[in-house]
Design a protein around this ligand. Structure first.
Ligand SMILES: NC(=O)c1ccc[n+]([C@@H]2O[C@H](COP(=O)([O-])OP(=O)(O)OC[C@H]3O[C@@H](n4cnc5c(N)ncnc54)[C@H](OP(=O)(O)O)[C@@H]3O)[C@@H](O)[C@H]2O)c1
Length: 337
């Protein structure tokens, strides 16, 4: 085993959008666990849009990391030394390790996973937080009915692909939004969706009318931004607008001037009797066991497919992370160490 630890530190806060220079690769000694601690070796690091908000001061629903410390993040790790009574060497865990090859833990936030039940990476993807978020939101707030039209943005991503396939399994007519022809082909040919909209492929409102001629019953929105207005106009009476993510809007930079008029939006919500629902994955902790039973069954039977975009090498994490905001990932973005 090497004696060098590699970490990606956050070394400056973004002035506007995050840039590569906000990160630095730092090498140092591998730490030694004290009594009550374990030493973890990271195998896969999850890169996710929420991390952008952690780069700024004054994060919205969780604290930002200090400067010159590892960036926050969740990984799949393997315990290589244990001085903790509840964890053994060779246990695999999901860990809030941050962006680093080796880390110490006192056990807080570690979730043991069984590598014999499913491929390890699924614990950061379809059987982990992204899948759980989609499952929780549709189960609790979707009021899915066979025949309804479900529209999903960022539909090839970690969260969106699960939301879209859950809708298909429940007998809904599902339309996915994605950036580019390859992603759209994947949605219809591999995931079996009724139609796909290429958000880079021409007039969005027109594509929405063509693919959802009777309107939208449920919008699972992972992005917000410019698409939202057209979708609001396409929502049917009693529609459910589920606000999962706002990746198209960097809330830390404030909101752009727009023609949107809150009073007009409220009037539309009233007239169409829409439900507008935001949520955080942590709201669905009580659905954990139901989620694992259903999702493992769907993954095993092939009803739910998943796709990973794996980048090799911790040093490549910053560039891969920034690619989330231009849509360069095709599937759940992971770094293999
Ligand atoms: N509420 C919660 O608790 C919770 C939990 C997890 C994730 N989320 C949110 O869910 C969303 C999806 O997360 P994920 O981890 O599954 O990421 P992801 O979908 O795998 O990756 C992000 C995707 O967003 C799309 N995108 C990026 N910038 C965009 C823009 N300006 N306009 C439209 N689309 C854009 C791109 O896909 P295309 O190019 O294909 O469109 C990109 O590949 C994020 O907003 C995330 O913050 C929320």
């Amino acid at each position: 085993m090497t004696s060098i630890n590699r970490q990606i530190h956050l070394v400056s806060r973004p002035e506007k959008e995050p840039v590569l220079e906000n990160f630095a690769l730092v090498e140092g000694p591998i730490p030694t666990p004290s009594e009550g601690e374990v030493l973890l070796r990271t195998h896969y690091l999850s890169l996710a849009p929420y991390m952008r908000a952690r780069m700024y001061d004054g994060a919205n629903y969780a604290a930002s990391p200090p400067l010159n410390a590892p960036m926050v993040g969740t990984s799949i790790a393997h315990i290589i030394e244990s001085r903790h009574p509840s964890f053994a060497v060779d246990d695999y865990v999901v860990a809030p390790s941050g962006w680093q090859a080796y880390s110490l833990s006192d056990g807080t936030g570690l979730q043991r996973i069984n590598p014999d039940l499913a491929p390890l990476t699924t614990a950061l993807n379809v059987l982990g937080l992204p899948g759980h978020t989609a499952y929780g939101a549709l189960t609790r707030f979707g009021r899915m009915k066979s025949g309804d039209t479900l529209l999903v943005s960022a539909a090839t991503g970690g969260v969106g692909s699960v939301a879209a396939q859950m809708g298909r399994i429940a007998g809904l007519r599902v339309v996915g939004i994605a950036g580019g022809k390859d992603k759209c082909r994947y949605l219809t040919e591999d995931l079996g969706l009724a139609a796909a909209i290429d958000r880079r492929g021409g007039d969005f409102a027109e594509q929405l009318r063509e693919t959802c001629p009777d309107g939208v019953d449920i919008y699972f929105d992972n992005v917000a931004g410019a698409l939202a207005r057209s979708v609001l106009d396409a929502m049917k009476n009693y529609g459910r607008y589920l606000v999962c993510g706002t990746i198209a809007v960097n809330r830390d930079l404030g909101f752009p001037e727009s023609k949107d008029n809150l009073q007009e939006i409220l009037a539309k919500i009233l007239v169409k009797r829409l439900t507008l629902q935001g949520f955080l994955f942590s709201d669905f902790a009580d659905l954990t066991s139901q989620f694992h039973t259903d999702m493992s069954g769907w993954v095993k039977s092939g009803a739910v497919k998943y796709r990973e975009h794996i980048i090799d090498g911790l040093e490549n994490a910053p560039e891969a992370f920034l690619g989330l905001f231009s849509g360069s990932n095709f599937g759940k973005l992971l770094v293999r160490l």
